[in-house]
Design a binder for this molecule. Structure first.
Ligand code: NI
Length: 159
């Protein structure tokens, strides 16, 4: 278990497309474990593998962050299969520290993915977690939320 370095927006790796995971090797399991530690340490809602410099289609989200607990779901090779509704809320990113912006996202998002045991599962997120699923999914394609934000906030809006 280790806390990984989170790369930031000037690092061009964040702009690359992540590759599918073809086999869940011990290295992938270690990466998942380290990503969990890293997300909890950074006090974030979601983290994509690319943010630790690894171009694999993996992200994790903390689904109990609103309750102040850690309940982390791991998504390998995720696909968004259904979206519903609309929301415009404030978003941030561990790779874009100190900035926040308003994004347009679905209110509800259903994702299909593989877990660390190789089993397929579906996960539906609403509100904050719907935003997070879309945000993390975009990381896998080299997109940052700042690319499509409706507006970025002035620092004095949130200080
Ligand atoms: Ni992010």
């Amino acid at each position: 278990m280790a806390i990984l370095k989170i790369i930031t927006e000037e690092n061009e790796t964040l702009r690359k497309k992540s590759k599918p995971v073809t086999e869940i090797t011990p290295r992938i399991i270690t990466l998942l474990d380290d990503m969990r530690d890293t997300l909890i340490d950074a006090d974030g809602v979601g983290l994509a593998a690319v943010q630790t410099g690894i171009l694999r289609r993996i992200f994790i989200i903390n689904t109990s962050v609103e309750e102040g607990k850690d309940d982390i779901v791991e998504f390998i090779n995720p696909e968004i299969v259904e979206t519903e509704g609309h929301q415009e809320e404030v978003e941030g990113c561990l790779s874009v520290p100190g900035k926040y912006g308003v994004t347009s996202r679905p209110q509800k998002v259903k994702v299909k993915a593989t877990d660390r045991n190789g089993n397929e599962f579906e996960f539906t997120g609403e509100g904050l977690y719907a935003r997070c699923l879309c945000h993390e999914y975009e990381h896998l394609d080299g997109i940052l939320y700042t690319d499509n934000a409706i507006k970025m906030l002035d620092p004095e809006d949130f200080e």
